[in-house]
Design a protein around this ligand. Structure first.
Ligand SMILES: [Fe+2]
Ligand SMILES: [Fe+2]
Length: 165
């Protein structure tokens, strides 16, 4: 029971826990989208893309861990029923139904762009109100910005390879 830790939060804790659970749902869906995408992806520069998708999956899961720690610190309960992820998600889930490398990269870039917007908004909401959550959102946002950059660079490489064939 982190009573003092909770007392210093200068915003509605219940509302904040809902927002944290929404981001938590995003992270699990992002984890699975990357993970399953890495298993089925096909096309040029596949090895480099598989390595990046696998790394991103690991990092999305680490974000879920950070979020669940904060949810529990604030007296909340992380989503315990995966069906709820679909109801709570901000960014949704795009099934990689087409395993072509360009399609998978594009879907994941879209997901990262949504994550960047989500964490940027969460930072604005908690700024000067909940420094611990704010700092965690900054850590996650920094990684989502890296993810977008990594995927766009890979997509550029794939497009160059395809052009020169
Ligand atoms: Fe993430
Ligand atoms: Fe990400």
């Amino acid at each position: 029971m982190g009573t003092q830790g909770r007392k210093i939060v200068d915003t509605d804790v219940k509302d904040l826990v809902i927002l944290l659970n929404k981001a938590y749902s995003d992270e699990w869906l992002a984890y699975y989208q990357y993970w399953v995408g890495s298993k089925i992806v096909k096309g040029p520069n596949k090895e480099a893309v598989i390595a990046e998708l696998t790394l991103h999956a690991t990092e999305e899961l680490a974000h879920a861990t950070l979020l669940t720690t904060r949810i529990i610190q604030l007296g909340g309960t992380p989503v315990i029923e995966p069906k709820e992820w679909y109801k709570l998600t901000n960014c949704g889930y795009e099934a990689p139904s087409d395993p072509f490398i360009v399609k998978i990269l594009e879907q994941n870039i879209k997901g990262e762009q949504c994550a960047i917007k989500t964490y940027n908004a969460l930072m604005k909401k908690t700024r000067d109100k909940d420094m611990v959550s704010y700092n965690m959102f900054l850590t996650i946002l920094t990684q989502e910005v890296e993810h977008e950059e990594d995927l766009q660079a890979l997509l550029e490489d794939v497009e160059i390879i395809m052009k020169n064939k």
